[in-house]
Design a protein around this ligand. Structure first.
Ligand SMILES: Cc1cc2nc3c(=O)[nH]c(=O)nc-3n(C[C@H](O)[C@H](O)[C@H](O)COP(=O)(O)O)c2cc1C
Length: 152
């Protein structure tokens, strides 16, 4: 396979800017910037999120069978940068009714109950049902707005 073409073509897949919020067993909040999200079913509403096999987020998801996804709104570049830098204290959060951390000022969030985890590849696919949702102001920030890539 032509490696350069693989990277170029896979990086054409459009992505958004999201934050995955989870809780540890002890109830501590954890936030992770991520982009590999898609809807996979209307009825029931299902989504798939690909989570790095060695991430704390995946470990939390395995334990709690739940995660929330905040949809970053246009203009939230600073929040994305803080999360990737690990400057979590700069990021304002609130909790979903189920107790998961989501971003204040997001374009929306979904609360997800995990149904299964596919164990293939260096990212594991968490297939989950959307069990709660909130819509906020603004539109989802595309990953392109940050000039970052995560495919290839
Ligand atoms: C542009 C960008 C997109 C990312 N997308 C994902 C993603 O979809 N899934 C993922 O597991 N990690 C993604 N990451 C990496 C995570 O942000 C994080 O560094 C890593 O997975 C560790 O997460 P943890 O804090 O849960 O251990 C992305 C990082 C960047 C910079």
């Amino acid at each position: 396979m032509d490696k350069k073409a693989k990277k170029r073509v896979l990086q054409m897949i459009p992505y958004g800017a999201y934050v995955v919020g989870t809780k540890t067993n002890e109830g501590a909040e954890h936030l992770m910037f991520g982009t590999w999200l898609m809807q996979t079913s209307f009825k029931p509403p299902l989504v798939a999120f690909a989570l790095s096999e060695d991430s704390r987020t995946l470990a939390n998801v395995r334990e709690s069978k739940s995660f929330a996804v905040s949809f970053l709104a246009d203009g939230m570049e600073g929040v994305a940068e803080s999360l990737v830098d690990g400057s979590f204290k700069k990021v304002k959060t609130e909790r979903t009714p189920s107790g998961l951390p989501v971003l204040v000022g997001a374009a929306g969030w979904i609360d997800c109950h995990v149904l299964e985890i596919s164990e293939k590849g260096d990212h594991r696919i968490a297939l989950a049902e959307v069990v709660d949702v909130a819509s906020g102001p603004g539109k989802l920030m595309p990953l392109d707005a940050l000039k970052w890539h995560y495919g290839g």
